[in-house]
Ligand binder design. Structure first.
Ligand code: MN
Ligand code: MN
Length: 483
């Protein structure tokens, strides 16, 4: 009996140690490593891969300098797409294998597609990322004056920590739509010679009675009003009149035109490398144009895949995927139906679309917090991602994760392509964050949530690893090619 127990113990121990030595890297018990990504990417990357990731980062930074809102992300995307042989889909465009098209949704969202060898009715491979980021935006009647300063009233888009938006250079980006149908594009603050706008904080000399405010109330939302002018028009007319004149003379717009406008105040900082080794980057808006850019670069380089490859870059994720440019809109699914209608002609029936949706595979990609070196205890380290250790799957649990067989299928193509990956599960009940995947799984598509660990998400200047951005693009390419 005892002998039997010892034997059983030996078998269990053998399996356990075999597992640890054979499958799992040393250190599992300490840091949760279960995969190649236990090692920082840089150590396993060849010289060519390192150089490629730094080159990739240069393209990423120049895109991000200009693409500060969904509007400019779409216009920058169109420029890159056309340079890579994509054209705007029209009614005559043939859906031949290898054809490269883009379709724009109201200037604020965009689909890029490379037609596959199989018909679209057999399913697609779609990647979705969002191109809006947390920011301030102007109210409909923004201009007012206080103590001789002209200021703008603002609202906010997405989850911001208000205190981070004072005393930083802000750029004003967006569009004004006039009654005659014309559009006036505005961009002030990104060029080196441009002026910027600023929300002035109180000096420590005078803030005693404000110091007891809680962190979330340190700056109230209605206090986030930037200074936009301080030069009176004349002895008789104030600074507001001067701003009004400036808008008319420079842009041909009136204060009433600002009612039909989408003007955002975004950090004006240029993208910069971080650290002596330049392996990290600080950039505004990496949530989630990091994923959008990596996906874009991947689809721009894809040749006729087996299944039609799609990248859907959506608006309004930060406010709940609302409106007809957000992921909750039917726009994307209407587009798929229209594409299948082209394949089937008058034989088209709704089940063709439903079958295509069921046969499709989707990656919803959105950045997520990586372990912060100053506050590591905000994470459960064994299930938290590290910067520079590759992409991560989001294992939300509680029914929100991808189906396990789809996760296994994903692991397989990533491992085959040599893409480092890790996982994230937020500290239980410690916070969280959802993204757009749910709107695709609702349509009966197979969806997995990918992320890339980033520091300081939703701040004016988030931090990512050049290696992770590079590997995310490799992961998307592997997905498009996987069978
Ligand atoms: Mn996001
Ligand atoms: Mn976000």
């Amino acid at each position: 009996m005892l002998k039997g127990k010892i034997k059983l113990f030996a078998i269990v121990a053998g399996i356990t140690f075999g597992f640890i030595l054979g499958e799992v890297k040393p250190g599992y018990a300490d840091d949760g490593c279960i995969h190649e990504s236990c090692e920082i990417n840089w150590l396993s990357m060849s010289d060519e891969e390192r150089a490629a990731s730094f080159d990739f980062a240069d393209g990423y930074k120049s895109f991000m300098h200009k693409a500060r809102t969904e509007l400019t992300a779409v216009s920058e995307t169109i420029m890159l797409a056309e340079a890579a042989g994509f054209s705007r889909l029209n009614d005559q465009s043939p859906l031949a294998a290898g054809s490269r098209y883009y379709i724009v949704n109201r200037d604020r969202a965009i689909v890029l597609m490379v037609v596959g060898q199989r018909p679209i009715s057999e399913g697609v491979r779609a990647v979705v990322a969002h191109i809006d980021s947390p920011r301030l935006e102007l109210k409909g009647r923004p201009l007012y004056e206080s103590q001789g300063f002209a200021q703008f009233q603002t609202n906010f888009h997405g989850g911001i920590k208000t205190y981070q938006w004072t005393n930083i250079p802000l750029a004003l980006i967006g569009r004004v739509d006039k009654k005659d149908g014309s559009v006036v594009n505005i961009s002030v603050g990104l060029e080196p010679d441009d002026p910027v706008f600023i929300i002035p904080d109180l000096a420590p000399h005078v803030d005693r009675e404000y110091r007891d405010r809680s962190r979330s109330e340190a700056i109230k939302f209605e206090e986030l009003d930037p200074i936009v002018g301080h030069l009176p028009k004349s002895a008789e007319e104030n600074v507001s009149a001067q701003v009004k004149d400036y808008l008319w003379q420079t842009y041909g717009i009136t204060l009433e035109d600002l009612v039909s406008a989408e003007l955002s105040l975004v950090p004006a900082y240029p993208p910069r490398d971080i650290g002596f080794d330049r392996s990290l980057m600080a950039i505004y808006g990496q949530d989630d144009r990091l994923s959008a850019y990596a996906s874009l670069r991947s689809i721009l380089a894809i040749d006729a895949p087996e299944y039609t490859a799609i990248a859907h870059l959506v608006d309004n994720e930060e406010t709940g995927s609302v409106n007809n440019t957000g992921a909750a809109s039917t726009w994307f699914f209407d587009l798929l139906g229209a594409l299948i209608y082209r394949e089937k002609g008058d034989a088209y029936r709704e089940p063709h679309l439903k079958r295509a949706l069921a046969a499709s595979k989707v990656i919803s990609i959105d950045v997520n917090p990586g372990i912060n070196p100053i506050w590591p205890s905000a994470f459960e380290a064994g299930n938290a991602p590290l910067l520079g250790h590759g992409i991560n799957f989001k294992l939300y649990g509680r029914g929100f994760s991808a189906n396990s067989e789809y996760i296994a299928w994903t692991r397989n193509y990533l491992d085959a392509a040599g893409v480092p990956w890790q996982t994230v599960t937020y500290k239980v009940n410690g916070g969280g964050g959802g993204t757009v995947g749910v709107f695709y799984s609702e349509q009966n598509m197979e969806v997995i949530d990918f992320g890339v660990p980033v520091l300081s998400i939703h701040t004016p200047y988030a931090v990512s690893s050049k290696s992770d951005v590079y590997w995310l693009s490799q992961a998307v390419t592997a997905f498009y090619k996987a069978n």
